[in-house]
Design a binder for this molecule. Structure first.
Ligand code: CZF
Ligand code: MG
Length: 178
């Protein structure tokens, strides 16, 4: 089997590799940088879902003999009331070679209130995290999730869960059709 991941971020393709290992799938995983087709910092669930889907569709187009492609996208949701908290959200999409598309939501947790103003001014969460922690490339390592859960759940572990949910749904359908 051949699987494509629409990102070269190790927190994403590493997560897909781990998910496939856990599900005992023998598949080659190819990491490809593709366009998300949405803004660098998606600001709604809908935009984040579209980013995940767009990545998966674009990755599958590049590798025509792949069985399926996975797109993983991080975003934020600001909430519509003054008292609602700003949250990090996560979505994944799997597009199979038969054209079927699956989407799955990942964990979301609240971010510091002071991030809201900066995000509204156009700052990316990845950059805000690096400034907040005085480190580089948090998004490629434990992510906001790992930082704000004291390492209890990393960005990669969350994306691994999302990938397992996606692959599980794909498998369910493949078996049903057999
Ligand atoms: O430190 C972080 N921890 C996280 O948990 C997290 N979730 C999202 N983001 C940021 O939101 C934007 C879109 O995310 P994103 O899906 O484009 O991911 P990415 O830019 O890291 O990877 P990629 O574009 O190379 O695939 C980017 O500004 C990401 O940095 C995070 N940053
Ligand atoms: Mg990005």
């Amino acid at each position: 089997m051949k699987v494509v991941v629409g990102s070269r971020n190790p927190a994403k393709y590493g997560a897909v590799q781990d998910a496939m290992r856990e599900l005992e799938m023998e598949a080659e995983a190819i990491a490809l940088e593709v366009e998300s087709g949405v803004s660098k910092q998606p600001m709604t669930d809908q935009e984040t879902i579209e980013g995940a889907l767009h990545r998966a569709r674009a990755a599958l187009k590049e590798i025509e003999d792949a069985d399926f492609a996975i797109g993983l996208e991080g975003g934020v949701v600001l909430g519509s009331t003054p008292s609602s908290r700003v949250m990090v959200c996560n979505w994944g999409a799997l597009v199979a070679k038969d054209g079927k598309e699956y989407i799955t939501g990942g964990a979301r947790i609240a971010l510091p209130d002071e991030f809201k103003k900066e995000l509204l001014a156009g700052k990316e969460l990845g950059d805000l995290m690096d400034e907040y922690c005085q480190r580089k490339d948090i998004r490629k390592h434990e992510g906001a999730l790992g930082i704000f859960t004291d390492g209890a759940v990393s960005r990669m572990e969350m994306f691994q869960h999302v990938s397992k949910l996606l692959i599980g749904q794909w498998r369910y359908n493949v078996k049903k059709q057999a």
